[in-house]
Write a new protein. Sequence first.
Length: 148
Amino acid sequence: MSEVLVLNGPNLGRLGSREPDVYGAATFDDLATLCRDAGRRLGLHAEVRQTDDEAELVGWLHEAADGRLPVVLNPAAFTHYSYALRDAIAQRTAPLIEVHISNPAAREEFRHNSVVAGVATGTIAGFGSFSYVLALQAVAELLAEGKD
Ligand code: DQA
């Protein structure tokens, strides 16, 4: 089984209680289970992590780059302003799919810009937790095609 890192940024550990009208009722543990199950069906071993710490997230992206590991990344609020994250993603050596639970383009103005989208393989947003399943499908396809 190919390994994929499913990395999540700040406040996503609070899914379930955090703005359920925007992010739904599923908890972070529910999301992690969904990703592991979907990954297994696709022949991927999904390792799911979450941090509120920008430095830790940058470190995980370095780990992925060094290990040639594909990544599904929800950068959360870092999406909109973290050039450190963008620079870490630019070093990627395998596909990296940016995901969002909500559709940032349909929300407040400050969410309309992603500083990381330009260095990601692609972006999936607005499908709730299912955004992650779609991203894992994309990773599986890209790996099968031998693309990075
Ligand atoms: C989010 C969207 C971001 O704008 C927000 O800061 C988040 C979650 C999403 O998954 O919809 O924390 O990345």
